[in-house]
Design a binder for this molecule. Structure first.
Ligand code: IMP
Length: 201
């Protein structure tokens, strides 16, 4: 069985990614399995660069296949912000609630159709030979006027999914995974990983 390292310690992401990759001949490991896992500063100016930085760091240290994702919320009224700064939008060490409060306050006064936004996920995969491939996935929607729902994490409670009245935090996890930006990107990376596994035999 091959090892695949998920370059994250975020338990939401680990369970979401593991579920989508289930059934492949893989033992899935994550940052939590390695006490000395490389800390990567997300210094890239794009999601693409950051996802690559993360898989490159894993490859350099362990020479094992790895997957990393980088996700950003792009709000049109804020010209694409918070984007690559989504994790630390309200400052270093901020919580998800801090970020959501800041976002809602910046959008005060913005009318419905000015609140359009999307989640965008980029996934990078480095194979056994060190070659990197990337895919992406997006979910369109708009920013709610207040948080709703208890599921998910991050900006889920303030993101209303296009074509519905529900925030992502009001979707059961399984349903979120089917329609989400990350789910869509993972569905594209799965066959790429499968092909890499077959050609390494
Ligand atoms: P990351 O760099 O991919 O971990 O994502 C940056 C930030 O985007 C996270 O800290 C979360 O605030 C937010 N984020 C990432 N994925 C999601 C999601 O699926 N739903 C809501 N927020 C997310």
């Amino acid at each position: 069985m091959n090892n695949l390292i998920l370059a994250t310690n975020n338990t939401h992401k680990i369970s979401e990614i593991s579920a989508i990759l289930s059934g492949l001949d893989l033992e899935i490991l994550s940052a939590n399995n390695f006490p000395d896992f490389p800390e990567v500063e997300e210094t890239g100016s794009t999601l693409e660069e950051n996802a690559i930085l993360k898989v490159q760091a894993v490859w350099k240290k362990y020479h094992l296949p790895a997957v990393a994702d980088d996700t950003g919320l792009e709000v049109d009224y804020l010209r694409g912000a918070p984007g690559v700064y989504s994790a630390r939008f309200a400052g270093t060490g901020c919580t998800y609630d801090d970020n959501n409060r800041k976002l809602l306050s910046l959008l005060e006064g913005a009318r419905d159709r000015e609140r359009s936004a999307r989640f965008r996920t980029v996934i990078a995969f480095v194979d056994m030979k060190g070659e990197i491939q990337q895919v992406n996935g997006a979910l369109e929607g708009e920013i709610a006027d207040k948080p709703r729902g208890k599921n998910g994490f991050g900006y889920d409670p303030v993101f209303v999914v296009e074509g519905t009245w529900k925030t992502l935090a009001e979707f059961p996890t399984e349903e979120k995974n089917k329609i989400s930006h990350r789910g869509r990107a993972l569905a594209k990376i799965r066959p790429i990983i499968e092909t890499a596994l077959i050609s390494s035999r």
